[in-house]
Design a binder for this molecule. Structure first.
Ligand code: ADP
Ligand code: MG
Length: 353
């Protein structure tokens, strides 16, 4: 979420076009396929609906567009809005009536953060901000000093400090600042899929630059999802998806800057207050997009040595992790399913999840 636009657009459009090309090959000509594109969550969101007429698809597109606009506004990490009001109250030590637009996302985030051992922790907004990632135009800049990081880490900001009683929200730790950048898009895509189902749509895909959820099929064929090589723009693998599945990737290439020859990316390890070390990208496949999004971030931070344990805790059944040395880690079910598009030297297959 909230990435510099030109780059994200470029990437999202390439991935989007790729999926359309890939999907196109396996499409039945009889079934109408409607394709829409909108700009939301700081990225290009694509919607493809199969088997309904133009009017119905158009109505669905408009509804989704309104829903996404609402969610994007409500959960934006630094533009003024409901989240800003919560963060101000936390900073002031005040109890407030929890804004209804944020409450469900906050609750599910707390649950997923706990399951991830707080590697995924939307309470670390101040750390993300300290690194300069709360800025739409992310340019090269000096990283924060060790002292600045240590001061903040010593205050242990975490979403577990946020208390919700009835509809009142309070937090005993003023160092907490909420940032739903690692889950908001997934949660939004789940709401979109629910909306489509409510409208009687059974076969569709909602795709935000390669992070997506699909339902049903493409005229009986699976949706084929392209997974990017973290080392460049090419396709690393294809993943067939059918029924009801979300595919989410967290990568160090998504949002980053270089300063004095050193590379800094946007996925922060809450234990160190610094960009997580050891992982280049993680792809998670899961029935719901909310969990997939949070888990991709958590497993990225868990890294090559600990992803398996955290995946088990979070109930994840399909993982692909590419580490910074180019070694590929997967569980057996993912290995069976993934279609690698390039030769891979070093594949490490874990125990079953
Ligand atoms: P993307 O949004 O690029 O798909 P992620 O889902 O991994 O990537 O989200 C990364 C964003 O989440 C960061 O830009 C930041 O706003 C926020 N974030 C960074 N580190 C964490 C963390 N450990 N837990 C929760 N959110 C984080
Ligand atoms: Mg995420």
């Amino acid at each position: 979420m909230n990435h510099p636009r030109p780059y994200r657009f470029h990437l999202a459009i390439i991935l989007g076009m790729l999926s359309v090309i890939l999907l196109g090959g396996s499409c039945s000509r009889q079934l109408p396929s409607q394709y829409f594109r909108m700009i939301t969550f700081g990225t290009v969101m694509e919607l493809e609906i199969i088997g309904v007429d133009r009017n119905k698809a158009q109505a669905a597109y408009q509804t989704l567009q309104q829903d996404f606009q609402f969610m994007h506004k409500a959960w934006h990490a630094w533009d003024p809005g409901p989240l800003g009001r919560i963060d101000q109250a936390i900073a002031d030590g005040r109890t407030i009536a929890a804004p209804p637009s944020v409450l469900p996302l906050l609750r599910v985030s707390q649950k997923l953060a706990r399951k991830s051992d707080y590697l995924f922790d939307p309470g670390i907004g101040r750390l993300v901000e300290l690194w300069g990632f709360h800025d739409s135009d992310l340019g090269p800049h000096a990283p924060p000093s060790d002292e600045e990081i240590e001061v903040l880490i010593a205050r242990h900001p975490s979403i577990r400090d946020v208390r919700i009683e009835d509809f009142h929200l309070s937090c005993g730790n003023p160092a907490v600042k909420l940032d739903f950048g690692a889950i908001g898009k997934g949660y939004g895509i789940d709401r979109a899929i629910e909306r489509l189902r409510e409208m009687g749509i059974t076969d569709a895909i909602v795709n935000a630059g390669g992070d997506l959820r699909a339902i049903g099929s493409r005229a009986g064929n699976p949706w084929r999802i392209a997974i990017r090589d973290p080392d460049g723009g090419s396709i690393f693998a294809l993943l067939p998806v059918i029924g009801n599945e979300a595919v989410f990737t967290s990568g160090n290439y998504e949002r980053n800057f270089t300063w004095k020859g050193k590379f800094y990316h946007h996925i922060i390890d809450p234990r160190t207050g610094r960009p997580a070390i050891g992982t280049a990208s993680v792809t998670v496949l899961h029935p719901d997009a909310t969990t997939a999004d949070a888990a991709a971030t958590a497993l990225f931070i868990a890294g090559p040595d600990n992803w398996y344990r955290v995946a088990r805790q979070m109930g994840i059944k399909y993982v692909l992790l590419i580490d910074t040395e180019g070694k590929v880690h997967m569980n057996p079910a993912m290995r069976k399913r993934i279609e690698l598009q390039k030769p891979v030297q070093d594949i490490h297959v874990s125990k079953p999840l």
